[in-house]
Design a protein around this ligand. Structure first.
Ligand SMILES: NC(=O)c1ccc[n+]([C@@H]2O[C@H](COP(=O)([O-])OP(=O)(O)OC[C@H]3O[C@@H](n4cnc5c(N)ncnc54)[C@H](O)[C@@H]3O)[C@@H](O)[C@H]2O)c1
Length: 328
């Protein structure tokens, strides 16, 4: 059994806490959150204790810290946990600032550090990755990634999120790197606040089309919106030299009705908590493999740095309306 603590008792912290509690090789001991109601509710739901971070890090029975708090805390908490000898499973993104994230690379780069790019653990996208790599459709040439949220997050979240490219598109930048198997070297992003003017007034965007080009000349197009009106739209199409390999949306059931007026299928899964439930469980199981010494983190600190580099270049492209070279 490995002792574990969850820092941050919000939307994603609650998922990770439930998965840690359900895993037979983990003992969820502590929940940390300055908002007493959030910490108390999660502790009551899981049987963990509410604690301060210093006490958690001083407890030798704690093997790993799950950093699921607001983005501006990720780097500091990860550094403190690694320095205290704990493994870290940290939510994306690494930090709001690439320079700051780079400055911690010597400490965290080779540490037992798993970054929460959960889509790499999704069974459909894993199969897509395998089939692209198998070469059954020839060589991958271009990629379409569609990632539209059902509705914008609360404005309070937007304001501390680091902006759409670092908060939302960062998942797609990681998927692009993983599926293409090489680094994007150029980025062009056209973005706007179309869904909610308040997001624009907060200095962010809610809609973007981003084009990435790799060193070998392959191209990826990412479509993002903070509003779909039809559920959580998560599709990827890989255009290869001999054909197409694609992963479609996951519906809330397979039931369809067919009548005179046409066919109707069930709705898309609503949002990430449902769509990626299995991926979050697989991430936690992978953390246990890392703690057991049976695996190295599948997604590490270097992946977080690369994704942040692309995100900062995309932001610069949006601001200058120019193609931007990614500084590798
Ligand atoms: N991988 C994914 O699918 C995914 C999904 C959602 C969010 N996230 C990431 O997870 C992080 C949290 O997002 P969320 O949606 O759960 O946000 P949230 O606002 O619901 O929860 C964040 C929690 O962190 C707590 N917190 C803030 N400062 C803290 C501190 N100093 N110590 C401990 N707790 C603190 C807040 O009180 C809050 O309860 C963000 O960085 C976000 O980018 C990842």
């Amino acid at each position: 059994m490995h002792g574990i603590a969850v820092i941050g008792a919000g939307r994603i912290g609650r998922i990770h806490a439930a998965n840690a509690k359900a895993h037979p090789n983990l003992e969820l001991k502590y929940v940390v959150d300055p908002v007493a109601a959030a910490a108390n509710d999660l502790a009551a739901a899981t049987g963990a204790q509410v604690a301060e971070l210093d006490d958690v890090l001083a407890d030798e029975s704690i093997a790993a810290a799950v950093v699921a708090s607001s983005t501006d805390t990720h780097l500091d908490f990860s550094v403190r946990a690694i320095e205290a000898g704990k493994a870290v499973f940290c939510e994306k993104p690494l930090d709001l600032d690439l320079g700051k994230a780079k400055s911690a690379q010597s400490l965290l780069g080779d540490a037992p550090f798993l970054l929460g790019f959960n889509r790499r653990f999704d069974p459909n996208f894993r199969k897509l990755h395998e089939r692209i790599r198998s070469g059954e459709m020839g060589a991958l040439e271009t990629l379409h990634i569609i990632s539209h949220d059902p509705a914008p997050p609360p404005l309070a979240y937007v304001k501390v999120s680091g902006g759409m490219f670092k908060d939302m598109t960062i998942h797609d930048f990681d998927m692009a790197r993983w599926l293409l198997g090489e680094e994007p070297v150029e980025v062009y992003a056209a973005a706007a606040a179309i869904v909610d003017p308040a997001i624009g007034e907060a200095g962010d965007v809610d809609t973007a089309k981003t084009v990435l080009r790799t060193q070998s000349g392959r191209i990826c197009v990412i479509s993002n919106s903070r509003r779909s009106g039809y559920g959580y739209d998560q599709r990827i199409e890989a255009f290869c030299s001999k054909g197409l390999i694609r992963a479609g949306n996951v519906l809330s059931s397979t039931v369809e009705s067919w009548g005179e007026e046409g066919a109707r299928s069930d709705a898309l899964q609503n949002f990430f908590l449902d769509r990626y439930a299995e991926a979050y469980r697989a991430e936690m199981a992978h953390l246990v493999d890392v703690l057991d010494g049976e695996a190295k983190p599948l997604v590490g600190y270097g992946d977080g740095i690369q994704a942040l580099r692309i995100a900062e270049s995309a932001m610069q492209s949006h601001q200058t309306a120019k193609m931007v070279r990614v500084d590798l």
